[in-house]
Design a protein around this ligand. Structure first.
Ligand SMILES: O=c1ccn([C@@H]2O[C@H](COP(=O)(O)O)[C@@H](O)[C@H]2O)c(=O)[nH]1
Length: 474
């Protein structure tokens, strides 16, 4: 019997054992559905179990290379067991609930860091259950790149998992399963198309916030943010292929404008300290904005506001520099408390503006503690539409893939300046520390040829980012 006949046999068996049912059902979340899948019943049918493992082996597994198999608890566990025996590869088991005693391990079995694990799952909808298992395996240092599935409901799971660098092979898509049942007169044509249309319209939400944000491409993260400036920055980075922010720490406006004419095409963001400019005029801002438009970069004023809300709202919108009129985003300390964010939220009204909150600093001996960092991230969570991201140094500082890690203190070689600035390399900040936008000041500005140096930084940083999201890290 060929594979198509065997798939047909499996589809009909699933129908006969009531693993697929049609009618009026209500899901756990109270939504009406015309179809219901419950593959938990397969354990009572050894013939079906045997057929599933045979088909998964022939169709999806026999050419794959892996050291272990792991079933997503619970329905896929017995299938994973059969496949472990068939392939003679060891099986790992993920505990849904971590033990509160003994080893407290979430993954049972023997394995070594760097070994690969293949995931087995019965049905995917959004892909979140597969992702939970992937996350736990990765925490243990295992590599996970592939999952094999019995049924893909075609509700976003494949896209979500592929965005997390997990390739999917399934025995059936929902459409294929329904077509077999229609062809064999198990359900009417009308019922078949109703079900397919229904399931395609009820797309599962993207549920990847628990996954490692740094593995997602900028395009995907643009879809996951609530802040308009973060959305624009992710899109600019993906389009211009640059995650370089130039810190134009120069004191003459003409020098800044000259430099940006040369390097504007290589950056996604330009960071200013407006109050260090000695020949400031409103015309400087007009020209700065023209360059931003011409080269498609955004403007960040690194003002590091740190006063009470009322004062900050004045500093932001009034005075000589009227920052609110031209800067797309600003940097802000969380030190004074939430009032500072309320003030900025109030000042921007409905305009698209953003805030990078300082959660950590690059300078040696700074007084920010882990508790302060954690409280800063918590505070930001209350203002998702205002917060673009965090000025920080570590990947673990925050999880939300819709927010941007903005990391200063970067040069091609690790070093320090004479006033305590600490420099890490592009490889370290992007691959190890999770930086999304990387700030370079003197590394470019003080170079003999800033234009050439900007290209060197841009290319090096982008290479690190593509390596990170392709999952090809040693
Ligand atoms: O923790 C922080 C926060 C901000 N900065 C700013 O970034 C640039 C870095 O310039 P380099 O010449 O590359 O050192 C500068 O404007 C700082 O004010 C930071 O360095 N560290």
């Amino acid at each position: 019997m060929d594979i198509n006949h065997k798939l047909e046999e499996l589809a009909l068996s699933l129908y006969h054992i009531d693993a697929v049912k049609f009618g009026d059902f209500v899901t756990k979340s109270g939504i009406k559905t015309p179809v219901y899948f419950d593959l938990r019943v397969i354990v009572s049918y050894p013939g079906v179990m045997e057929l599933i493992s045979l088909l998964l082996y022939d169709n999806a597994i026999k050419d794959s290379k892996f050291d272990h198999v792991c079933g997503v608890p619970y329905t896929a566990l017995p299938i994973a067991t059969l496949l472990s025996v068939k392939t003679k590869k060891s099986m790992l088991m993920r505990r849904k609930e971590t033990k509160s005693y003994g080893t407290k391990k979430s993954i049972e079995g023997h394995y070594k860091q760097g070994e690969t694990c293949l995931i087995i799952e019965d049905v995917i909808t959004s892909g979140s259950s597969v992702m939970e298992t992937v996350t736990d395996l990765k925490k243990e240092g295992l590599k996970v790149e592939e999952a094999v599935i019995i049924l893909d409901r075609e509700q976003g799971g494949k896209t979500n998992l592929e965005a997390n660098n997990i390739q999917i092979k399934s025995l059936f898509t929902m459409t294929e399963l329904i077509n077999i049942l229609v062809k064999n007169n198990k359900i009417s044509k009308q019922m078949g198309s109703d079900v397919i249309n229904y399931l395609k319209n009820v797309q599962a939400p993207v549920t990847i916030a628990e996954t490692d944000r740094t593995l997602l491409p900028y395009e995907k993260r643009a879809e996951l943010t609530s802040n308009q400036i973060a959305k624009q920055l992710f899109t600019i980075m993906a389009t211009k292929k640059t995650n370089l922010c130039l810190s134009v720490d120069l004191t003459l406006s003409t020098k800044i404008l000259d430099l940006l004419q040369k390097v504007g095409e290589h950056v996604c963001l330009v960071k200013t300290h407006i109050d260090i400019i000695e020949d400031y005029t409103d015309n400087f801002i007009v020209q700065l904005k023209q360059l931003a438009q011409k080269f498609n970069f955004l403007l960040l004023e690194d003002r590091k506001y740190a006063d009470i809300g009322h004062t900050v709202s004045l500093q932001y919108s009034k005075g000589l520099y009227k920052v609110a009129d031209w800067a797309d985003c600003v940097t802000v300390h969380s030190l004074p408390g939430e009032g500072i964010l309320k003030a900025l939220n109030g000042s921007v009204n409905n305009e698209s503006k953003g805030v990078f909150l300082l959660a950590e600093m690059s300078s040696e001996g700074n007084l920010i503690t882990p508790d302060y960092t954690e409280a800063t991230v918590k505070m930001a969570a209350k203002y998702p539409e205002l917060i673009t991201g965090f000025v920080c140094q570590k990947k673990a500082t925050f999880k939300d893939p819709g927010q941007i890690q903005f990391t200063p203190g970067v040069q091609l070689e690790s070093s320090k300046d004479e006033l305590g600035q600490v420099y890490n390399t592009p490889e370290k900040v992007v691959l190890e520390n999770g930086a999304d936008i990387i700030v370079v000041g003197r590394g470019i500005v003080a170079a003999k040829n800033p234009e050439i140096q900007a290209v060197v930084y841009k290319d090096t940083l982008w290479k690190c980012y593509t390596k990170r999201v392709s999952g090809k890290m040693e």
